[in-house]
Write a protein that binds this ligand. Structure first.
Ligand code: FES
Ligand code: FES
Length: 158
């Protein structure tokens, strides 16, 4: 879990979303409980971004799982995606945001310089009722620039 060894007691039929929320990983949101909204996204090993409400917890024995709680660094410093979402006003109620951040993280793992339409496609599995998505797409592209070092504003002006 987020780079640490962790064990969970799992009931028959329990989903990964239920297990994680039961263990205090409240960044895993239950938006629809049926695989539609993306609020419950986690990064599940090589499978990448995954809807945890559709995954039987018992099938995850030995899996590497990342939740939004694992995005910040060990000192609590925000991930560039989190900073960019703040700076671009890309979050309102924020219920969708953990899932959007993890979908964005997964996208940037595969494509470090996504176009606007590639970001929109990457976030197409996430429902946000508040923002209209424009600021979220801008934020993901800004984070991509920052992570690749092409964002002049991240270099500081003294
Ligand atoms: S809660 Fe899993 S996709 Fe909506
Ligand atoms: S910020 Fe409210 S649902 Fe996305």
């Amino acid at each position: 879990m987020n780079g640490e060894d962790e064990q969970f007691a799992v009931s028959s039929g329990e989903t990964l979303m239920e297990t994680l929320r039961g263990a205090g990983y409240y960044g895993v949101k239950n938006g629809c409980d049926e695989g539609v909204c993306g609020a419950c996204n986690v990064i599940l090993g090589d499978e990448g971004v995954t809807r945890s409400c559709l995954v039987p917890a018992a099938s995850c024995d030995g899996a590497e799982v990342m939740t939004v709680e694992g995005l910040a660094d060990d000192d609590g410093g925000l991930h560039p995606l989190q900073s960019a979402f703040l700076e671009h006003g890309a979050a309102q109620c924020s219920y969708c945001i953990p899932g959007v951040l993890l979908a964005s993280y997964d996208l940037l793992q595969r494509n470090d310089e996504p176009t606007e339409s590639e970001v929109a496609d990457g976030l197409s599995g996430n429902i946000c009722r508040c923002t209209g998505y424009v600021q979220q797409i801008e934020a993901v592209q800004a984070a991509a620039d920052r992570l690749s070092g092409s964002d002049a504003s991240s270099e500081g002006s003294g």
